[in-house]
Design a protein around this ligand. Structure first.
Ligand SMILES: [Zn+2]
Length: 110
């Protein structure tokens, strides 16, 4: 009988997938200092699929809080570029949301 819940095993798998690196600040940390972050937050309907989960350090996760990643990253160009470089396992739909939130349609010419 294995110890640890399904969630804990999933956490271990995602941290390993992301090489124990926070996708927001890029720091590599020991597993106990890392958390799982929902790219699309649970309060907005995000699920526990592995394409919706990324590794985040505690300070970044606390700062992002319940924001969607694309909202959090919209005015943080450096962090956004790092996220797009590191979070390669995120669903393409969610990566697109991050890219598009940062590049709003230009205003129509008058
Ligand atoms: Zn971080």
């Amino acid at each position: 009988m294995s110890r640890g819940s399904r969630r804990e095993r999933q956490r271990v798998r995602i941290l390993a997938r992301d090489e124990y690196r926070c996708v927001y600040c890029g720091r590599t940390l020991p597993p106990e200092e890392l958390t799982l972050d929902h790219v699309e937050p649970q309060v907005k309907g995000g699920d526990w699929s592995e394409g919706n989960l990324v590794t985040a350090c505690q300070p970044c996760n606390a700062e992002k809080a319940d924001s969607a990643a694309w909202v959090y990253l919209a005015d943080r160009p450096t962090t956004r570029a790092r996220f797009l470089r590191l979070a390669t396992a995120v669903w393409p739909r969610l990566r697109r949301a991050v890219e598009e939130a940062a590049n709003p349609e230009p205003p129509p010419e008058s």
